[in-house]
Design a protein around this ligand. Sequence first.
Ligand SMILES: [Zn+2]
Length: 109
Amino acid sequence: MILVFKHFFYKNYVGLSLWPFIILKEGSLKSDEVLINHERIHLKQQRELLILPFYLLYISEWLFRTILYLDSYRAYQNISFEREAYANENDMQYLSKRKTFGFLKYLTR
Ligand SMILES: [Zn+2]
């Protein structure tokens, strides 16, 4: 389910997934297939990790990588969940062929 909240976003971020919702900055983004696919990959990750552990792992990995790179944006881009989503967001069939815990192979790269 897709919701639109204009005043919810930090900096250049335009989409967010909070299972079971995808939240967008603008209604027009609903037609951005790549963005929606990216967020749907996150919904799948969240569901397979039973939601709460996803957020704990996501934040832990971000903090760890921020210390590692001393760059919070680079840390965000390299979180395994984001690596998987960015690497496959252009593949509209990705979710139908993805294996469970597909983000794990993006943990080390
Ligand atoms: Zn993402």
